[in-house]
Design a protein around this ligand. Sequence first.
Ligand code: ADP
Ligand code: MG
Length: 309
Amino acid sequence: MQEFDLIARIRQRAATRSDVLLGIGDDAALLQPPADMQLVVAMDTLNAGVHFPPDTAPADIGWKALAVNLSDLAAMGATPAWCVLSLSLPEADAGFVDGFLDGFLKLASQHDVALVGGDTTRGPLSVCVAVHGVVEPGMALRRDGARMGDDVWISGTLGDAAAALAQWKAGSAMTPQLRERLDRPTPRVALGRALRGIATSCIDVSDGLLADLGHVCKTSSVGADIDIDALPASSGLRAAFDADTRRILQASGGDDYELCFTAPPSMRDAIARLASEQTPLTRIGCIVAGNGVICDGFDAGRAGYQHFT
Ligand code: ADP
Ligand code: MG
C-alpha cells in the first residue's frame, strides 16, 4: 500500500457538489463560491493522545476531525461547503483509512460538505482538517459583539466529554453515553445559522465554558456573570459524578462543542422558539461591566484546557 493507493481510496469515496469545478486529483481544487457571500475558513488538528485516547476507533477519529471544524463554522453562523484533509499516518494502513472515512464522510454527507483535497504523509498519527463555508456579508457571529445587559446562553449540556476523558484517565470504564459525546460531538451548524440576527456574539465550547466565554469577554471588553447552578447537565453525567465534580467538568471541561452565545433580553421569545424547534438552550447568566467571567463559588482562574502549560 502506497500513498497514491490511499489517495485513490479517498478519492473514490469522497462525494462532490456542483460548485466543485475540480476536486481531488489535481494540484489544487477549483471551487465556485456563491456570488455576494463571504468565505469563512477554519482549521483544526487532532493529535493522537492529545485530542483523543490512542485506542479511539478510526471512524470516531474521522468523525471528530470534521466535527470540531464544522463546530467552528457553526459558531460563526456559516454554512459549510468544502473541506481539505491532511493525514499523517505511521504506516500506509488501508484499514485505518477505510474506517476513518466511514466516520468522516458520514458527517460530511449530513452537512453536504465536499472533501476536495488534502495531503497524505508518513508520521505520528495526526489529522488536520480545514473547512470552508459561506455567510451573508455582515451576518457572521463574532466574539466581539457581546454588550452589557445581554443574556448568556448555552446549547445542549456541558461536561459529558470531559467526564468521559476523566474516566479514561482514571483507568475506569467510560460510560457509553459520555464516551459518545467525546468521540462523536455534534456540531451545532443549524443552530449557528438560526442565531444570525439574534445573537450578538457566539463561540463554540472547545476548551471549557469559562475559558471560552473568557475569550468573548476579552474581545468584547465586557464581563460575564455566570450562575454555576444553571449549567445544564445530562442524565449520564448526573449518574456518574457527584455534584462538586460535575460542576468542575461542566464549567471547565472542554470538547463539548456546544455553542455559547449572547443576546439581548428582547430576543428571549425568539430563542425559546429555537430551543423548542431544535436544540435545548439554557440561559446561564448575563453580560456585565468588567473584563472577565465571574462565577460565584468557583475558581475561574484554573478553568480551561491549555496546550503548552
Ligand atoms: P501534490 O504532490 O501535487 O501536492 P499529492 O500527491 O499530495 O499532490 O495529492 C494528489 C491529489 O490528492 C491532490 O489533489 C490532493 O489534494 C489529493 N489528496 C492527497 N491526500 C489527500 C487526502 N488525505 N484527502 C483528500 N485528498 C487528498
Ligand atoms: Mg501534496
